[in-house]
Design a binder for this molecule. Structure first.
Ligand code: ASP
Ligand code: MG
Length: 595
């Protein structure tokens, strides 16, 4: 007998007909011999309406009372759902977060789950009932009602699936599944059959439209297989699961974040502690930093750029000016009207030339690239907002994402292979052990890579096609390029740094040197011996402060950071070769990992 968690979002329970349809799904699954736990959101726009009501009372509603209010939306849904289930001849029992025993901390309106007791749910399931759990809510140690943050029902579903060791967690929603990109911008976007947790997390901006990223982090941590399915049809949707053992597509999806602003701190000192100071200032003002790039300094000065949501620009500029004042030198500039386009795919790890292909597609459409940052499974570029839709379309077409991916067919689900079963057992004991810190930040690994060299090109012209020419030549010459960082320089030029396998360095310098002959102002330099450190984990996205911690730890150990790039699930820094081991040790210490 399988245990299935079925989560129904607000649109899937908006009215009586939809509630009845959801109840039918659960009853069908139950009659097919499964134990069924439903997790239900508030109906339609209910939560928004409650928020608006509160605003009519006061400009500053107490967070505790907001939780008391908002939790009623889900309470209404579960009661109605239980009635609908009973009408179909089965017994459903509605339960609030407190009745289930979803213990959270006391941070009202954004509480984190600490513990879930399964006893009451198990008893109900064993006696043949359908459990109907209110999403989004829990209870703190003093029995105050808490909520998990907007969109939190996904997290409730993933968490219940984890503790109940569910076979699958189905997320019923108003879309067909996860698409290769936003179908509203790219009409030939395709539904993806399967996507890995990391891809989904890296596609955050796009994935967030479908699911709450905390729920994906949860699912990844506990190996919960999620299936996003349409509630209005019988489609199979998209399976979000561990990476397939078989061949995976090089690029799974492309995403757009439209309203970004760029902040650049240039002419800042190139010494230990500088990045730490800047990021501490940002963290103090709770500024959600997105892309971070630091390129290699020259003559004792360095530069760093990052992007923030456009609405946070003013606050960010104040914090940046603060940092520059404290550093005693530097200059703050910003750029508005920019957007971020990212291509994501686990197959990138084993294919060369993916970045070149993306840059080429953009060049062919005449799009100029501002900043660049990469992770092992993601390439992000910053472009003018006027070019953002063209960029998304051209990159989507460039990777032929409108077609069935060119790779070995991937099985629906390999959850039942013996290795997966053993892995699941290990995970279960892990859950019990770590339940108390279920939603804590998990930096799972710090990696030290000492096999790379760094190449830097200063004064790269700000014209379409420059990055494309450089990286195509490198890929054609068999050079394995790893981390890429492009930062905005002064005037119309950029600085580009990247790492390559040391054994490819000489070849790379020769090839790239030739390409650069056409731009007389460029300066090529390299460092054969560098160390690259990556902090990886899940929760990097929903927990701010990982970068702050990382840079502080390196500063306290007196290590200078030469190059930085970040993605949703990885932060990388390049330091000098002789500092590599020290840096690894200090980061292990900082994040509580043993050597
Ligand atoms: N009802 C809550 C919200 O609208 C939780 C959810 O739908 O996931 O944010
Ligand atoms: Mg929702």
């Amino acid at each position: 007998m399988a245990l299935i968690v079925q989560k129904f979002g607000g649109t899937s329970v908006a009215d009586a007909e939809k509630i009845k349809a959801a109840a039918r799904r659960a009853v069908e699954a139950h009659r097919a011999g499964n134990q069924v736990v439903m997790v239900v959101s508030a109906r339609g726009k209910k939560t928004d309406e409650l928020v608006a009501l509160a605003a009519e009372m006061t400009d500053d509603p107490p967070a505790r009372e907001m939780d008391m209010l908002l939790s009623t939306g889900e309470q209404e849904s579960v009661a109605l759902m239980a009635m609908a289930v009973r009408e179909l001849g089965e017994v459903g029992i509605s339960l609030t977060g407190a009745q289930i025993g979803i213990r959270t901390d006391s941070s009202h309106t954004k509480a984190r789950i600490q513990e879930i007791s399964t006893e009451r749910m198990r008893n109900a399931l064993d006696s043949g009932q359908i459990v109907i759990a209110a999403g989004f809510q829990g209870v703190d140690p003093d029995f105050n009602i808490t909520t998990l943050g907007r969109g939190g029902s996904d997290t409730t579903a993933a968490a219940l699936a984890a503790v109940l060791e569910a076979d699958v967690c189905e997320i019923y929603t108003d879309v067909e599944g996860v698409f290769s990109t936003d179908p509203r911008v790219v009409p030939n976007a395709r539904k993806t059959n399967r996507i890995s947790y990391d891809e989904m997390l890296e596609l955050a901006s796009m994935g967030a439209g479908v699911m709450h990223s905390r729920s994906i982090e949860f699912a990844k941590k506990y190996g919960v297989h999620l299936r996003v399915r349409p509630s209005y049809a019988d489609g199979e949707g998209t399976l979000i699961a561990p990476e397939s053992e078989e061949d995976a597509p090089v690029v799974t999806g492309v995403a757009l974040v439209k309203s970004e602003a760029r902040v650049t701190l240039s002419d800042i000192p190139d010494r230990p502690g500088v990045m730490s100071l800047i990021f501490t200032k940002m963290a103090a003002r709770k500024i959600p930093i997105d892309m971070v790039v630091q390129d290699v300094g020259s003559g004792g000065i360095a530069g760093v750029s990052f992007t923030v949501p456009e609405s946070d620009l003013a606050e960010t500029l104040t914090a940046a000016q603060d940092a520059v004042d404290e550093l005693g030198s530097g200059c703050v500039r910003s750029g508005t009207n920019v957007s971020k386009v990212s291509a994501v795919g686990v197959g990138m790890r084993t294919h060369t030339g993916v970045a070149a292909q993306m840059f080429m597609a953009l060049a062919d459409s005449g799009v100029s690239i501002g900043m660049i940052t990469t992770s092992d499974i993601k390439i992000s570029v910053l472009v003018d907002r006027d070019d953002c839709e063209t960029s998304l379309n051209t990159v989507h077409d460039g990777f032929a994402l409108d077609q069935v991916p060119n790779c070995a067919p991937i099985g629906q689900d390999n959850a039942d292979t013996p290795t997966a079963a053993t892995a699941r057992e290990d995970l279960q004991s892990d859950i019990v052990r770590r339940l108390a810190s279920m939603e804590d930040i998990v930096v799972s690994e710090v990696q030290l890579d000492t096999e790379q060299s760094r190449v830097t090109i200063r004064n790269v012209p700000d014209d379409p096609g420059v990055a494309a020419k450089i990286f195509t030549a490198a890929a054609n010459g068999g050079v394995m390029v790893d981390m890429i960082v492009q930062n905005i320089g002064t005037s119309d030029q950029a600085h580009l740094s990247f790492t390559v396998l040391r054994k490819h360095l000489d070849n790379c310098i020769e090839i790239v040197g030739k390409v650069l002959e056409q731009w007389s102002e460029t300066e090529l330099s390299f460092d054969r011996d560098i160390a690259k450190l990556s902090v990886m984990g899940i929760g990097l996205r929903s927990h701010t402060g990982v970068g702050e911690k990382m840079f502080k730890a390196l500063a306290d150990t007196d290590i200078n950071i030469e190059m930085i790039n970040t993605s949703e699930i990885r932060m990388s820094a390049v330091v000098s070769a002789d500092a590599g081991d020290r840096a690894l040790q200090c980061l292990h210490g900082t994040f509580g990992l043993s050597d």
